[in-house]
Design a protein around this ligand. Structure first.
Ligand code: PSV
Ligand code: MN
Ligand code: MN
Length: 430
């Protein structure tokens, strides 16, 4: 029994108003692509099968360490977050899974939570552990680090928490554990840089040993914050070294905002794939650091180039190709539902554009060292407006052609503002 939050009639009526325009635009694009030897329906089929998970924590209004400005009708618990994620998926038809974070999303009955999600048309993606904050009644503080802490009981506590996340994930139907630790130092000399990595590897291997055979451990690196001098898993180098040491089920997760400025992220993608260690993505955009801005809002071309590498990787699956795709954003000034629908669209568009690249022309130009024609092969695909392909795939799956328009027309947030408890003021999440 599904229990979807937006009226199907509302979606159908809105789609009917736009149907002729969509047919016209899809037809025109189809003819343009046909001239280039591309079948638009094949691309639409691939887009229809593409999905990206949404983070449970992204459903609430984010903030900075200075302030958070809540909105009326914001979700206050995992049940309300799932309901909001269901809206995103119902309208966009691209986000059927939610990635939960523990202990933020802890409940007493995870079997019931899984059923509740299913009734909203949702499943669960990677489970995320949290050893970057102290929780109430926690025995040992993470102020000295977590998996790399100098204190053995603290490391044990962090390992146990990750193993508990795996147990929860089994009940939710997850198959990935994402581990990001904020461990690091704020002063030169504060900790031994080599030994802290040894401690991390030792603790991480205990988590790895608890992974079921068909699970993966996704190691997420981040250059800085909360540590501002050194971070234990600060870049893809430390991440791949750790993943190689841990074993084949350990992979690297690339969060687009976690790199030094100007780093060539698409090249990192190619490198990780080359060694069978590309585990997944946290999609977002960034201007200055780990800004967690909406995907494609600052540098959509970079996102396209990342997808271009992903298509290349898929065509050359050296050690398999199965990266998990997820959004990781903080919506500080927008309605999170709107931001995630718009972000899923931006991500899907980059995927579709990457599918349109004439790979033969690209490879021939590369072999001939014809730099301009190689670049033009990418440019031709990037400049095509693929919106009609995404809209048609969405509508055929029961979603809305105009996702934001239908969402506003539904007055969903206004209704929730009447029903839900108000969120208190305070600092946001990392
Ligand atoms: C850390 O900045 C991060 O990107 C990790 O994915 C965390 O789990 C997430 O943000 C949530 O704050
Ligand atoms: Mn992340
Ligand atoms: Mn982050």
């Amino acid at each position: 029994m599904t229990n979807l939050p937006i009226s199907d009639d509302l979606i159908a009526e809105a789609n009917a108003r736009e149907a002729a325009a969509l047919e016209d635009e899809y037809g025109a694009l189809g003819r343009k692509l046909e001239r280039a030897g591309i079948d638009i329906d094949t691309i639409k089929g691939k887009v229809a099968r593409f999905s990206v998970a949404v983070p449970s924590w992204g459903a609430g209004r984010g903030g900075t360490r200075f302030a958070k400005f809540p909105i009326a009708g914001e979700p206050t618990n995992i049940h309300e977050k799932l309901e909001d994620c269901s809206v995103i998926n119902q309208l966009s038809q691209m986000t059927p899974r939610v990635s939960p974070h523990f202990p933020w999303d802890k409940v007493s009955d995870f079997g019931a939570l899984r059923e509740e999600a299913a009734s909203l048309g949702l499943g669960f993606d990677a489970v995320n552990s949290n050893t970057f904050q102290d929780q109430k009644n926690q025995a040992h503080s993470y102020s000295t680090g977590s998996l790399s802490s100098t204190e053995a009981p603290t490391r044990e506590q962090a390992v146990e928490h990750n193993i508990e996340c795996i147990e929860i994930g089994k009940q939710l139907g997850s198959r990935d554990l994402t581990v990001w630790v904020g461990d690091g130092t704020n002063f030169p000399g504060q900790q031994d840089l080599a030994r802290s990595f040894d401690r991390y590897l030792d603790a991480a291997s205990q988590i790895y040993a608890a992974l079921p055979d068909d699970w993966r451990m996704l190691l997420e690196h981040k250059m800085f914050e909360p540590a501002f001098y050194s971070t234990v898993i600060q870049d893809w180098g430390s991440s791949i070294l750790a993943a190689q040491e841990l074993g084949p089920k350990a992979k690297c997760l690339v969060d687009l905002g976690h790199h030094a400025p100007n780093v060539n992220i698409e090249q990192i993608v190619a490198r990780l794939h080359r060694f069978g260690k590309l585990g997944g993505f946290h999609f977002n955009d960034s201007k200055y650091g780990d800004d967690d801005l909406d995907s494609g809002s600052i540098n959509p071309h970079q996102l396209f180039l990342v997808f271009n590498e992903l298509i290349e990787a898929e065509l050359n699956p050296r050690d398999g190709f199965n990266p998990s795709y997820m959004i990781d954003q903080s919506h500080n000034v927008t309605d999170p539902i709107e931001s995630m629908m718009s972000s899923a669209e931006a991500i899907g568009q980059c995927y579709a554009k990457a599918l349109l690249v004439d790979r033969e022309a690209l490879h021939l130009a590369q072999e001939a060292n014809d730099t301009m024609m190689a670049f033009q092969a990418l440019r031709r695909a990037y400049t095509i407006d693929v919106a009609p392909i995404l809209a048609k795939a969405r509508v055929e799956a029961g979603g809305a052609m105009d996702v934001l328009g239908v969402y506003r027309e539904s007055r969903y947030r206004d209704r929730k503002a009447q029903e839900r408890e108000a969120v208190g003021l305070g600092a946001g999440i990392v």
